[in-house]
Design a protein around this ligand. Structure first.
Ligand SMILES: O=C(O)C(=O)Cc1ccccc1
Length: 306
């Protein structure tokens, strides 16, 4: 039975994701995303499950930066999970008396309208996770009056649900990933995604286009591109890419080798089955057989056989 670290404590959305991704795994709750990833890196767990992005507000910056700068990890699976937020309070608290709200930053950004409408004067404070916020609010002397978390977190920590489904949109989906220590990626399934991080050599006109060209000419369809600051000053960025296909696919292999040639550094983050089961778009001339045939042809050219 594998042991998986996750953004805890019990009752987070990440725990829900872990239960779906690995129903039989032993669960190791951690205080924050970095701690969960460190537990996997150090071998205290066989892997970890962390949130990566949501369909309303985009990336979870800590996760992206850990993947880029921390000791390498390999993404082996992904999950898309619809999340629903509840306003949770200690028994007896009325909505008009809520002055301080505690929750994860991703929940703050996804419940903006509710907070502005129903809690216009409340101070909203960032918590390490939604369930950590619920746990804190449940303490008798807590400085916080309410948490925004999953309904199940309220049940877990003895809070009352004052309002349900308070997210700005009912169709928001969060993408979670399972990671392990580096090793061979899972076998291709025919519906895979690959993730990597690319660092520019230097800042020059067309630098981003050069990277994009490596994907474009091999017919590799991007599914996410995100720039993150390198920390070396305003205007200095590196890039996260997600794209269709598996590193075992010829077009993907050629694209990322090309990227390796034109970038200062490329960090491969993994090839893993797509949660939505969508098959890649394969443009004419970019299937595995087309690349193999072209390689054969080139060797015939080089040996004088054509
Ligand atoms: O804090 C949690 O419960 C998490 O798992 C992170 C998170 C927060 C808000 C939306 C999705 C995931």
């Amino acid at each position: 039975m594998p042991k998986l670290a996750y953004l805890g404590p019990a009752g987070t959305f990440t725990e829900e994701a872990l239960r779906i991704l690995a129903p039989h795994a032993e669960r190791l709750p951690c205080a924050n995303i970095s701690a969960a990833l460190d537990a996997a890196r150090r071998g205290e767990a066989d892997g970890a499950v962390v949130p990566l992005e949501n369909s309303l507000e985009g990336a979870i910056p800590t996760t992206l930066d850990e993947f880029a700068w921390g000791e390498p990890l390999l993404i082996t699976a992904e999950l898309l999970l619809p999340v629903e937020f509840s306003l949770l309070v200690r028994p007896g608290t009325e909505i008009g008396r809520i002055k301080r709200v505690f929750t994860h930053p991703a929940a703050i950004t996804q419940c903006r309208n509710f907070i502005a409408r129903e809690l216009p004067d409340a101070v909203v404070v960032a918590a390490p996770s939604t369930a950590a916020a619920a746990q804190e609010v449940a303490l008798p002397g807590s400085p916080y009056d309410a948490a925004i978390a999953a309904c199940i977190a309220g049940e877990h920590y003895g809070l009352v649900e004052l309002a349900a489904r308070i997210g700005d949109r009912s169709d928001t989906v969060t993408r979670f990933v399972r990671v392990s220590r580096p090793g061979p990626p899972p076998e291709p399934t025919g519906s895979d995604r690959t993730s990597l991080v690319a660092f520019l050599t230097d800042d020059h006109p067309g630098a981003l286009l050069e990277m994009l060209t490596e994907f474009s000419v091999r017919g590799v369809n991007l599914t996410r591109i995100e720039s993150r600051p390198t920390g070396d000053g305003i205007g200095r960025y590196f890039f996260h890419f997600d794209f269709e296909g598996h590193v075992a696919d010829a077009r993907v292999g050629e694209a990322i080798s090309g990227l390796h040639r034109v970038c200062a550094d490329v960090r491969f983050l993994g090839s893993y089955p797509r949660a939505d089961g969508v098959s890649p778009q394969v443009k004419p001339g970019t299937a595995n057989g087309d690349f193999a045939e072209a390689t054969d042809w080139l060797s015939r050219v080089r040996t004088g056989q054509v």
